[in-house]
Design a protein around this ligand. Structure first.
Ligand code: C5P
Length: 233
């Protein structure tokens, strides 16, 4: 088994049959690595949640790199070349857009807003316009249009899933990759690490903001999220 990539929260290995094995680590970071902690059980929770979300997506017509969950902390996925773009969809304002544009937190984004960020830690993942993406040769004009369309489709399915759990989807980040035939597919992970999700009534956070803002236990928060998800799937 060969290690092909190690990120802040995951390791990716190539298996003998050319699939990739993703191992979710017991690590959490925020602010581009400024805040960093080890948390026993975090990898398991992210893997269980992300697997459940990818399975829900599949049932609702959204293909992804996910093949199957092979252990408490690992998934088998299709090998893709990751497009170095972080695609963010926002239903309500929160986080960086509040600071950047002076919006009110939880102000409605109607229609949902799609943003692209350059996946480049050394540059602090800057916001990109369509023209930046073309200039940097990261994706063609047609591919950018396709990514936007897919991101909005994924938003509809994820929003519905969260609503069925009594939760409201504020925003999320996804990544895409290309397979050997150039087909673009949803990749990486979808979990409370990559989404902002709040209780519909109390507005309590069920996501990494509890760690970013030091307002609660990340493990307790993700466990509570997983319990709600288990009741649904
Ligand atoms: O920081 P910002 O407000 O732009 O984040 C928007 C959404 O994207 C949040 O749900 C956040 O968790 C997610 N995100 C992420 N990875 C990053 C940046 C943002 O998962 N590197």
């Amino acid at each position: 088994m060969m290690l092909v990539y190690e990120g802040k929260a995951k390791r990716v290995y190539r298996t003998e049959d050319a699939a990739y094995r993703i191992e979710y680590k017991d690590e959490v970071t925020a602010g581009n690595g400024e805040k960093h902690d080890y948390m026993t059980g975090k990898g398991r929770l992210n893997n269980l949640i992300s697997s459940g979300i990818f399975e829900y997506m599949k049932k609702h017509g959204i293909d992804s790199h996910y093949i199957e969950r092979i252990s408490e902390t690992e998934q088998l996925v299709k090998p893709l070349d990751i497009i170095p773009l972080e695609v963010v969809v926002r239903n309500y304002a929160a986080g960086s857009i509040v600071k950047r544009l002076g919006l009110k937190t939880h102000q409605v984004m109607s229609p949902p807003l799609v943003e692209f960020f350059y996946k480049e830690d050394a540059l602090g993942d800057p916001l990109l316009t369509d023209d930046h993406i073309a200039m940097l040769n990261l994706a063609s004009v047609a591919e950018v249009a396709h990514l936007k369309e897919q991101a909005l489709k994924i938003n509809e399915v994820l929003k519905e899933m969260m609503e069925e759990m009594g939760l409201s989807l504020i925003d999320f980040k996804i990544e895409f990759g290309k397979d050997r035939d150039g087909v673009i597919m949803l990749a990486d992970e979808i979990s409370p690490d990559t989404c902002r999700i709040v209780d519909m009534e109390s507005k309590e956070n069920f996501d990494k903001d509890v760690y970013r803002n030091s307002t609660g236990s990340l493990i307790d928060t993700y466990s509570a999220f997983y319990k709600k998800m288990e009741a649904l799937i």
